[in-house]
Structure formats: structure tokens, C-alpha cells
Design a binder for this molecule. Structure first.
Ligand code: TPP
Ligand code: MG
Length: 898
């Protein structure tokens, strides 16, 4: 046993008071290892440690191991191919990936791109491509690989050799508009739907979504919906990326759920964009502790094969000691210099070591390689990772950022953003990787594709054929499912009768009906972040069960009750606990199951709306990019409708946030039948027609009567507005207004219509606006078409069409900020006034809040009278009368200021 191991395992124990005794113990350990193996040593030591701890020693031993490879040389599985061919193939891919970026930036650096990251990753990718990653085929469902976003040139370079991309396409890197078939900067399924599967470039997103993907595959298997056993999820994570909370935030779940179908490879090139990841420490050791603590199998791949003899000779532990003493900042610097520097500043830390390497030339010292850049070491690690059961595996691979870039970036602080290479660096790159290119070809950064019958190309084809085809590859459609007809939700279409219910209750009934549907039911995935009871969904616990890979190992406290808390191996609900990011990741996994697993699943992810988009906006964007299909439901929405919870809970803007996502269809329904119509049509579009859209619905917790669906309302509900109440007052010359409302505020608007008629003799038509956002999209489309087709019959926005011929000013009131209803302004043919809940929320009775935010029935009346007065239809004095009558405080502060 080495000194260094001693130092690593006696952290903080102080000076050694009896080194002879220590040596005896260590020799005893050595003897056990020699005779009975390391497992036996661990067994004995674990008991010894426990004994000491029980005696009050306090914590002993860290959960890190020495700073060497986890897999000892004698246990390494050997690379089964010709190492030279494999290296040559990788070198060509390295070259083409670099050339793509260099060529794109020849004229100007406007297009950008990254060279250094892929150069550090190339071995980690290529060993996977050549030996481990299955494409979907008849024999295998396919592995899912989350590639690092900004290393996309590496994927394109391989696809070029595989004949999937042309040289023109490589030259169209980052020119997707002007160059047909141009390649997207990063992995974007939206832009390259048959190629990229997972958007990963927003750092942390690939990490968390890969965990929930692996978990979702276990879920599909457990429920008997898809055969996912034997398929793996691989994710490539940057060592800088681990600082994102999304990266490490869910690793505990992966450990807890024993996701042995998950393999992460953290590319520890020791650098991020600005500089070192942990200049003053060691990222690999830090991560080892994090992951092991979270229940992962950790494989460190630190040193390459050329270190093996030195480590084998290190009987006194001096080499490992120096390895442990050096911090990452130094390791980075070593690889930006040369062999002489490494000799002096690494080995030179210990005169004995210096002597030990005296027979080596500077060149040989320089060639001492890092594990993550050594195909043999990487192969051995992957080989163990895919065979490991019961835990997820993380491979911590030490590499060099900008490997091969020499003076243009190798190990340099600036390397991340280097897009150009000097001529010397290009020539050196060619020489180092032995590429058969002339100096002129090098200077022009020409792409290189070896002849089809060359050993490299044969090897490439053979390996991918053996593994089922090319990767990444994305399936765009699955077999559709039949969607139940609208009548299935008859209960909602007929109204609530005498009962007062909320739209949340209406939704839960729609969901329950769907779960009962023989064909569609099993494909429904309810997802909740610890809010089921908030939404009245606890009845489903018993009905369909909560998924747990362990089943239920305890008798639930409420077992005597009908609706007890039932965890089940085959459970259907994903009860995620308090993680909106995790839940959204499950939403993405389920909503892209049609693509990743060929089985459509329909997520209904319901959460507190305030903790939705604004908390996980980037994941929502990733969901959109991924072409996720499903429903997000912002529960207890509305700034005044969720009334007691106050500022951090009351959502008055999520609709505005969702309006920016192009493929989201967002609705703010007020009645159960609207909810039913929207969901049924959503299912038709997403599950039957397989459109790549997803839905956002706000749901409220206020109870009121829901009428039956008016005849002919369906189209308007879906397009965004329909006439709910036509005034019975004759409008012959008399004042008339058009009132718009959505969500629960529609009930205030309806009350305002009554007041306008009874108190002021004003006829009021009321429109239910289910989606200001859809109306705006439609308006913009018409407007654009008209601009581009000046000689043709102009198209009309749906809003304009609906309000056509309807007299009077238009007043809108909603539970969202004014920007929401303002979206349709340019297509409203008459005067248009919008009321909204701009400002911070606060707690009080709904009535008080609606008065405070100036969206209640009285404000609607005052706004309507004011507009009629401006228009000259009524006397202005009537407005003042209304203000007095409803006791409106005209000196109250603007809600946005308090
Ligand atoms: C959320 C997010 N923040 C910032 C960036 C910009 N960015 C792209 S790569 C990068 C550095 C990545 O470092 P690391 O994770 O170590 O990856 P490496 O390139 O070293 O492999 C940064 C800051 C981003 N893409 N996403
Ligand atoms: Mg890095």
C-alpha cells in the first residue's frame, strides 16, 4: 500500500505518531491483497473501520480513491480491433471536424464554432462509435447518446465519412438559411429532425434529461409498454458543465433508482470557457466523491497506457503522491508546454522520481498520455460500464482541451473559443496525426475522405454495420393511436349542473376518462411534482398507482382508506417529488417516446403554474426543440384566482412566457367543456396526426357553475374565441359593448355584462377568449400574407372576422398582465381597452385582489362606459357616476408600483 493511499484515507488524522506500527498495518493489507485479492481487503478494512467508528473515531476515510485509474491494468479488457487503424480513422475525423470550423471562419469569424472541445473528446466518442453504441435495428432497440452540444463538428465529421453528409453540407456548417442542407450549430432536433435526437447545448440540460430518459425507459419496461432492457443511455458532460445545478441536481435519483442503463462520461479536460474548472483542486476527485455519495459506480480514467510501467514500479508511492499533490491548474499548464517542462515541474517535485525518469527522453515524457485520450483505457472503461449492474456508471476521463492544436490552443486558456489555426499549427496537426495531405491541402484546410476500400473506411463501415447502422439518428413518427371522440367527455360538455367546480376538477375528470380508455389509457403518463393533493388527483394514486421500481416495501399509513398512497412496480403516475426540473425532464422523455422508443406516450404534467416556465424555461425550450408532444398544465393559475398564497405563487404572466415558444399551443380555458375540447383536439393533433406541437393549459381552483357547451362553439374554442353571450337588449342606436374574458375572470366579465345592462342600459356581448396567443398567431399570419400578396384578396384575422359588424368598443379583462390580451390589438376593429394584473401578487380574498388589480366586474363596467364616452355614445358624467356608485378609489396607487 502506498503512502499516498495512506494520506488519502487518513484525512485530517494529524501526524503519524508511530510509523513502524503504521507500516505493519500496511504490510498486512498488502499481504491480504496479494493472497486473497482486493475484495477481501475491502471486506476486512470495512469491518475495521466500523469498529473504530463505533469506538468513537468519527468519520474515517473519504469516499475518494487515489488519483489513479479505477481499473487496474490486469483487469482491463483489451481493445478488440487493430489499434493503428482505429487511430488513423479517429485522426481523419479529428482533421475534418477541425477543418469545418476553420473553413467556416476563413472569411470572417462571424459564424463561430468550436475546435478544442471535440479534440479533447474524440477518443471518447470514437471508441463508443466503433464498439459500443447500437443504432436501432431489428436486433436492438438502439442506445441513446446525448452528445456534447458544442462538439457537433465531431459528429458531422463522422457522418461525412459514413456518407450521410456531403462536403457541401459540411461547408454549410452554421449556414442553415443560405445554404440548403446546411448544418445546425448544435444538436437541434427541430432543425435536423432525422439526425439529432437530444438538444444538449444549453449546459446541464443534456445531463438532467438523460437521467430522466434512463428512468423513463425503466418505467416503460416495468409497465410492459416497450422492451427497453439492454438499451443504454449515454451522456457526455463537460467538467465545467457540472457546475450547473441541473447537472448534479438529480444524480441522487439515478443512484436511488439503480439506473444501470445510464452511463455518463465526464470529459475532464480541466478547462471550461474562461479558464480552469478547478485550478486549485482536482475536479476528478471532487466528482468521484459526489457521484459515489449519490450511489453511482465511478470509473476514473486518468492515466494512459504509457504511464503503466511507471505506476507498476511505484512501490514506494512517490509517483502517486506527486500525482495527488499537483492541482488541475498545473496539469493544464504541463500540457501546454513540453517534455522538459513536465520533467522539471512534475517529476522534479521529488528527486527520486526525477532519477526514475532519467532514462526517458523529453519526447518520451511528453508522450506520457492521459487516460481519456487512450483508446485502450477508454475501451476498458466502457467495457466495464456496460456490464455493471445495479448502479448508474460515471466515467471520469482525464483529457486535454485542444488536444492536437499545438500553438493554436492545446491546453491554453483561450482554447475554447479558438476558431482558427495558424498555418504552422495546421501543418503540425497533419504531422502529429499522420494525415496524408500535402502542404497546400493543409493550408486550404481541405476535407479528407480516404478511398472506400481503405482499411479505415472498411473498419468504419464494418463496425457500424455490426452495431446496427449510423448514429445519431432520429425517428420522426411512430404508429399513431386512436383518439377517443369528444363524447367521451360528455360530463364536461353538459356543464356542471347545480354543482360548482373548478377547471382543475374538470381537467382531472377528463384525465380520469382518458385513463379508462382501453387503447389510449395505458399511454397516458400523469406527472406531478408533489402536488397531486393540491389538484385533487389523489384518487389516482390507488386507481393507477405511483411508479416505484421497488414497489411498496411498507404498509402505507392510510392503507385502510379507499384511495391510499399506493406505490407500485407497475404504477403509471410519475410522482417526481419536489423537482420541477426533473418533472419537466420526464415530460420530455415521455413526450418524445414516439421518437426514442417508437411508442407514443402522452404526458400530462401538472404543476403550480408559477413554478413552471419561469423556473425551468430552458427545459421548456428544450422540450420544444425536441418536438415533445404532450400537455403541460399550469395549475392554480391566475394572479388573483390563487389568492391566499401571495407574491411568489400567483401567476399572472406564464401565458406571456409560453407565447414565445413557437410550437406551443397555449390556452386559458374558463369552462369544463373548453378544457375537454382543447384536450381532445390536442390528442388528435399530437397522437393521431403526429404534429410536433405541445400544449399549455392554465387551470384554476375557483369553483363556479360551468354551463353546457353552446352549439357551434367548438371551432372558436380551438381558434381562440367564440361568442358566449349575445345581449338580448336591442341595440338600435343604443350603446353596446363587446366584452372579452378568459379563465376565471370570464365570470367577472359575465357579471359586468349584467351590470351594464341592468344599471346602465348598455347592451353587452360576451366572448370567451380561450387563447389570445393563438389569435395573435393567426393575425400575424394574415398580415404577413397580405403584405406579400398585395394584389390578391386580403385575408382576415380571425379576431377581425369575429368582431366584424359587432358594435361598440371592446374591453378585455384577464387574470394575466395586460401584455397577454394586448396581443390582438391590431386586429380589433373597434376601440380596444385591456385590463390586466400587472404587478406583484399578494394575498387576500379574490374579491379584494380583483379590485386591487382593477380587473373585477366594476372595473370592466367603468372601462366600458369610459370607452363609450370617448366614442361619444354616452355622456362622460356617466363614467364618474359609475366610479362613485362602485366606490372605486381613484387615488389608489397603480398596482405595479406597490
Ligand atoms: C447554460 C449555458 N451557459 C453557458 C453556455 C456557454 N458555454 C458553452 S461551452 C462553455 C464551456 C464549457 O466547458 P465544459 O463543460 O468544461 O466543456 P468543454 O468544452 O471543456 O468540454 C460555455 C460556458 C452554454 N452553452 N450553456
Ligand atoms: Mg471542460
Amino acid at each position: 500500500m502506498t503512502d499516498s493511499l495512506q494520506s488519502a484515507t487518513t484525512n485530517g488524522a494529524g501526524a503519524d505518531i508511530d510509523s513502524a506500527e503504521t507500516s505493519e498495518w500496511l504490510e498486512a493489507v498488502d499481504a491480504v491483497v496479494e493472497h486473497d485479492g482486493p475484495d477481501r481487503a475491502r471486506q476486512i478494512l470495512a469491518q475495521a473501520v466500523q469498529r473504530a467508528q463505533l469506538a468513537g473515531s468519527g468519520p474515517i476515510a473519504s469516499i475518494t480513491t487515489p488519483y489513479v485509474n479505477t481499473i487496474p491494468v490486469e483487469r482491463e479488457a483489451k481493445l478488440p480491433s487493430d489499434p493503428a487503424i482505429e487511430r488513423r480513422l479517429r485522426s481523419i475525423i479529428r482533421w475534418n471536424a477541425m477543418a469545418m470550423v476553420v473553413r467556416a471562419n476563413k472569411t470572417s469569424s462571424e459564424l463561430g464554432g468550436h475546435i478544442a472541445s471535440f479534440q479533447s473528446l474524440a477518443t471518447l466518442y470514437e471508441v463508443g462509435f466503433n464498439h459500443f453504441w447500437h443504432a436501432p435495428s431489428d436486433e436492438h432497440g438502439g442506445d441513446l447518446v446525448y452528445f456534447q452540444g458544442h462538439s457537433s463538428p465531431g459528429n458531422y465529421a463522422r457522418a461525412f465519412l459514413e456518407g450521410r453528409l456531403t462536403q457541401e453540407q459540411l461547408d454549410g456548417f452554421r449556414q442553415e438559411v443560405s445554404s440548403p442542407g446546411g448544418l445546425s450549430s448544435y444538436p437541434h432536433p427541430w432543425l435536423m429532425p432525422e439526425f439529432w435526437q437530444f438538444p444538449t447545448v444549453s449546459l446541464g440540460i443534456g445531463a438532467i434529461t438523460s437521467i430522466y430518459q434512463a428512468r423513463f425507459m425503466k418505467y416503460l419496461q416495468a409497465r410492459g409498454i416497450a422492451e427497453t432492457d439492454g438499451r443504454k443511455v449515454w451522456a457526455f458532460i463537460g467538467d465545467g458543465e457540472v457546475d450547473e445545478p441541473e447537472t448534479l441536481g438529480s444524480i441522487g435519483m439515478a443512484g436511488r433508482e439503480h439506473l444501470d442503463n445510464l452511463i455518463w462520461v465526464v470529459n475532464c479536460n480541466l478547462q471550461r470557457l474562461d479558464g480552469p474548472v478547478r485550478g486549485n483542486g482536482k475536479i476528478i476527485q471532487e466528482l468521484e466523491a459526489d457521484f459515489r455519495g449519490a450511489g453511482w459506480n465511478v470509473i476514473k480514467v486518468i492515466w494512459g497506457t504509457r504511464w503503466d510501467p511507471l505506476l507498476a514500479e511505484d512501490h514506494d508511492g512517490r509517483l502517486v503522491k506527486v500525482m495527488e499533490e499537483c492541482v488541475d491548474g498545473e496539469y493544464q499548464t504541463f500540457k501546454s508546454r513540453d517534455g522538459a517542462y513536465v520533467r522539471e515541474y512534475f517529476f522534479g517535485r521529488d528527486p527520486v522520481l526525477l532519477e526514475r525518469v532519467s532514462h526517458m527522453s523529453d519526447e518520451e515524457i511528453w508522450l506520457l498520455n492521459r487516460g481519456g485520450l487512450d483508446q485502450q483505457k477508454v475501451y476498458a472503461a466502457y467495457h466495464e460500464a456496460v456490464r455493471h449492474t445495479g448502479q448508474p456508471t460515471v466515467i471520469l476521463a482525464k483529457t486535454i482541451k485542444g488536444y492536437g492544436m499545438g500553438v493554436s490552443g492545446e491546453g491554453q486558456m483561450i482554447t475554447h473559443q479558438a476558431k482558427k489555426m495558424t498555418e504552422d499549427a495546421l501543418l503540425a496537426f497533419r504531422d502529429r496525426f499522420e494525415l496524408p495531405l500535402s502542404d497546400d491541402q493543409v493550408r486550404a484546410a481541405e476535407f479528407y475522405k480516404p478511398p472506400d476500400d481503405s482499411p479505415e473506411m472498411q473498419f468504419l463501415r464494418e463496425r457500424r454495420a455490426a452495431l446496427g447502422g449510423s448514429l445519431p439518428v432520429r425517428r420522426t413518427k411512430s404508429d399513431p393511436l386512436e383518439v377517443p371522440p369528444l363524447e367521451t367527455f360528455k360530463g364536461q360538455l353538459d356543464g356542471s349542473g347545480e354543482r360548482e367546480i373548478s377547471t382543475t376538477m374538470a381537467f382531472v375528470r377528463v384525465l380520469a376518462a382518458l385513463l379508462r380508455d382501453k387503447q389510449l389509457g395505458p399511454h397516458v403518463v400523469p406527472i406531478v411534482p408533489d402536488e397531486s393533493r393540491t389538484f385533487g388527483m389523489e384518487g389516482m394514486f390507488r386507481q393507477v398507482g405511483i411508479y416505484s421500481p421497488l414497489g411498496q416495501l411498507y404498509q402505507p399509513q392510510d392503507s385502510a382508506q379507499l384511495m391510499f398512497y399506493k406505490e407500485d412496480k407497475h404504477g403509471q403516475i410519475l410522482e417526481e417529488g419536489i423537482t420541477e426540473a426533473g418533472s419537466t425532464s420526464s415530460f420530455i422523455a415521455a413526450g418524445t417516446s414516439y421518437s426514442a422508443h417508437g411508442v407514443p406516450m402522452i404526458p400530462f404534467y401538472i404543476y403550480y403554474s408559477m413554478f413552471g416556465y419561469q423556473r425551468v424555461g430552458d427545459l421548456v425550450w428544450a422540450a420544444a426543440d425536441s418536438r415533445t408532444r404532450g400537455f403541460m398544465l399550469g395549475g392554480t393559475a391566475g394572479r388573483t384566482t390563487l389568492n391566499g398564497e401571495g407574491l411568489q405563487h400567483e401567476d399572472g404572466h406564464s401565458h406571456v412566457l409560453f407565447s414565445v415558444v413557437p410550437n406551443v399551443r397555449a390556452y386559458d380555458p374558463a369552462f369544463g367543456y373548453e378544457v375537454a375540447v382543447i384536450i381532445q383536439d390536442g390528442l388528435r393533433r399530437m397522437v393521431a396526426e403526429q404534429e410536433d406541437v405541445f400544449y399549455y393549459l392554465t387551470l384554476m381552483n375557483e369553483n363556479y357553475h360551468h354551463p353546457a357547451m353552446p352549439d357551434g362553439a367548438q371551432e372558436g374554442i380551438l381558434r381562440g374565441m367564440y361568442l358566449l353571450r349575445a345581449s338580448e337588449l336591442s341595440s338600435d342606436g343604443g350603446p353596446r359593448v363587446q366584452l372579452l374574458g378568459s379563465g376565471t375572470i370570464l365570470t367577472e366579465v359575465l357579471a359586468a355584462a349584467e351590470l351594464l345592462e341592468s344599471d346602465w342600459g348598455v347592451a353587452a356581448d360576451v366572448w370567451s377568449v380561450t387563447s389570445f396567443t393563438e389569435l395573435r398567431r393567426n393575425g400575424i399570419q394574415a398580415e404577413r400574407w397580405n403584405m406579400l400578396h398585395p394584389l390578391e384578396e386580403p385575408r382576415r384575422a380571425y379576431v377581425a372576422e369575429q368582431l366584424d359588424g359587432r358594435d361598440g368598443p371592446v374591453i378585455a379583462s384577464t387574470d394575466y398582465i395586460r401584455a397577454f390580451a394586448d396581443q390582438i390589438r391590431q386586429w380589433v376593429p373597434n376601440r380596444y381597452r385591456v385590463l390586466g394584473t400587472d404587478g406583484f401578487g399578494r394575498s387576500d380574498f379574490r374579491r379584494a385582489l380583483r379590485r386591487f388589480f382593477e380587473v373585477d366586474r366594476h372595473y370592466v363596467v367603468v372601462a366600458a362606459l369610459k370607452e363609450l364616452a370617448v366614442q361619444g355614445t354616452i355622456d362622460t358624467a356617466r363614467v364618474k357616476e359609475a366610479i362613485d356608485r362602485y366606490e372605486i378609489d381613484v387615488e389608489a396607487p397603480m398596482p405595479t408600483t406597490v
